[in-house]
Design a protein around this ligand. Structure first.
Ligand code: DX5
Ligand code: ZN
Length: 220
C-alpha cells in the first residue's frame, strides 16, 4: 500500500488569515493545498476565486490544487494558471467538450483533473482516461464543506482504479468531501492516491498541523 498525498481544503480554514494558514501548512504534512472555487451556478454556493488565489500564491509552499466548481470553466483556465494554479480540475458535468478542455489544461502546463459528482459513474471516463493526470471523486455533493461522506464512494474509487489500470492511465485518484480518520485508510485501500480534507483538518481542536501529522501516521 502506497502512502497517499494529503491535501487540506482551504475552504474550511480561517479566510481572514490565508497567509498565516499557508505559512502554518508550509511545515505540515500537506502535499497540496486544495482551493475550492464555486460560482453560485454550477453549485449552489459562492466561495472565492482569482484575487484570493493571487493573494495566496506567494505564501504557498505546496502546489495549489484548484477545484473549479464553475460553469464554462474553459473560459477561466488561463487566468487560474496565471494566478498560481498547479492543478486545474474541472467537473465532468460542466464540460460537454471535456476532451478539448483537458487538452487546454495540459497546454497551459497544468496538471489536468476531472471531478465526478456522486451520481456520475466512473465508467463515463473510459474514453478520456488515458489523457487524464488526475480524477477527483466527489464523496459529497459539491458546494459546501462539512458534509457527511457518502459510503458508496469506496466502490467507486475501486471501479475507477480498475478502469484507469485497464486504460493504462497514470491518473491519480483524489477523494474530496467528508474525508477523515474514519474513512481514510479504507479509501487508500480502495485505490485513492490523494485525500482532500477540509473540516477534519481545520475544525479539529488539535489544529491542522497535529491533525495532518496524526493522519499521516495512521496511514503509514
Ligand atoms: C466541496 C469541496 C470540498 C470541501 C471539503 O464542495 O469541493 O473540497 O472543501 O470539505 P470537507 O472535508 O469539510 O467535506
Ligand atoms: Zn474541493
Amino acid at each position: 500500500r502506497r502512502e497517499p498525498l494529503l491535501a487540506p481544503s482551504l475552504l474550511a480554514s480561517d479566510l481572514a488569515n490565508i497567509q498565516a494558514t499557508a505559512e502554518t501548512l508550509a511545515g505540515a504534512e500537506a502535499d497540496w493545498l486544495h482551493f475550492d472555487v464555486m460560482d453560485g451556478c454550477f453549485v449552489p454556493n459562492i466561495s472565492f476565486g482569482l484575487p484570493i488565489l493571487e493573494a495566496l500564491k506567494p505564501h504557498a509552499k505546496q502546489p495549489i490544487d484548484v477545484h473549479l466548481m464553475i460553469e464554462e470553466p474553459q473560459n477561466y483556465l488561463a487566468a487560474f494558471r496565471d494566478a498560481g494554479a498547479t492543478n486545474l480540475t474541472v467537473h465532468y458535468e460542466a464540460c460537454p467538450h471535456l476532451h478539448r478542455v483537458v487538452q487546454q489544461i495540459k497546454a497551459l502546463g497544468c496538471v489536468a483533473g476531472v471531478a465526478l459528482n456522486p451520481a456520475t459513474p466512473a465508467g463515463l471516463l473510459v474514453d478520456i482516461a488515458a489523457d487524464l493526470d488526475y480524477v477527483l471523486v466527489m464523496s459529497v455533493n459539491p458546494g459546501f464543506g462539512g458534509q457527511a461522506f457518502i459510503p458508496h464512494t469506496l466502490q467507486k474509487v475501486a471501479e475507477l482504479k480498475d478502469l484507469l489500470l485497464d486504460a493504462g492511465s497514470p491518473a491519480l485518484i483524489g477523494v474530496d468531501g467528508g474525508v477523515d480518520d474514519r474513512n481514510a485508510a479504507a479509501l487508500v485501500q480502495a485505490g485513492a492516491d490523494v485525500l482532500i480534507a477540509g473540516s477534519f483538518v481545520f475544525k479539529a481542536s488539535a489544529g491542522p498541523v497535529a491533525t495532518l501529522a496524526a493522519l499521516r501516521q495512521q496511514l503509514r
